[in-house]
Design a protein around this ligand. Structure first.
Ligand SMILES: O=C(O)CCC(=O)C(=O)O
Ligand SMILES: [Fe+2]
Length: 224
């Protein structure tokens, strides 16, 4: 009985996910980005928000640019606080499982060769922003696809904090996306400059990146 229920609910989730993944793949193929409102399964979005709130006080650090030795704190560019997501707590595992399934799907359908995934929670307090930037630089990038998921119920454009996705280097207008609970934005990391406008209240999200493998001979590319 338990096994049947388990299968039934897994089946329902995976058919929902397959439909969503297929729409995302189609968007990426046609436009290079996908904006899907309310797409992240609601129980997953809720449990990620609860988890984020529970670790915020002790585990979050001011965001920097880059990781490891190249880590730079630069308030001119961004002022949010972040916490990298690793396996452990159930909501984090569920997120990593969901993104692994998305990765498999996109590799099968679009042959992107996505190899690993890194992601962090982000908290923008009132006044926090992330100025216009690219997640990867043309040519040298191993970040291929950026994924952002939002956890803010009742957010409207009056609350600021929109993601502005610019279509290319020249675009000054961009597309504004309200960071409403469950919304997902996925885009080719090298192609779309973007920024986060100053938030007027607490704004919570996950930002993540699928990477290709850039290991060479005796230098192993770490997954995060
Ligand atoms: O939170 C967002 O809307 C985007 C964040 C972002 O661009 C980043 O962390 O690189
Ligand atoms: Fe970004």
């Amino acid at each position: 009985m338990v096994a049947v229920n388990h299968l039934a609910s897994d089946g329902a989730n995976s058919s929902y996910d397959e439909t969503l993944f297929s729409l995302i793949a189609q968007d990426l193929e046609q436009k290079g980005y996908s904006i899907r409102l309310g797409a992240l399964p609601e129980p997953l979005a809720q449990s990620l928000l609860t988890h984020q709130l529970s670790i915020e006080a002790e585990a979050f650090k001011s965001a920097g640019i880059g990781r490891g030795e190249k880590y730079l704190q630069n308030e001119f560019v961004r002022t949010d606080e972040i916490c990298w997501i690793t396996e452990g707590a159930t909501p984090a595992n569920q997120w990593l499982d969901w993104t692994a399934r998305l990765q498999d799907y996109l590799n099968r359908r679009l042959f992107l060769g996505l190899f690993s995934f890194e992601s962090h929670f982000a908290h923008y307090g009132p006044g926090d922003y992330y100025k216009r930037h690219c997640d990867a630089f043309k040519g040298e990038a191993n970040r291929v696809l950026s994924v952002v998921a939002y956890f803010n119920s009742g957010w409207t454009s009056a609350d600021g904090g929109e993601l502005v996705l610019y279509m290319n280097e020249q675009d000054k207008q961009g597309l504004k996306i309200v960071p409403l609970l469950g919304s997902l934005v996925i885009f080719l990391s090298e192609e779309f400059p973007h920024e986060v406008l100053p938030a007027k209240r607490d704004r919570r999200s996950i930002a993540g990146w699928f990477r290709v493998n850039t290991s060479v001979a005796n230098k192993v590319d770490p997954p995060v």
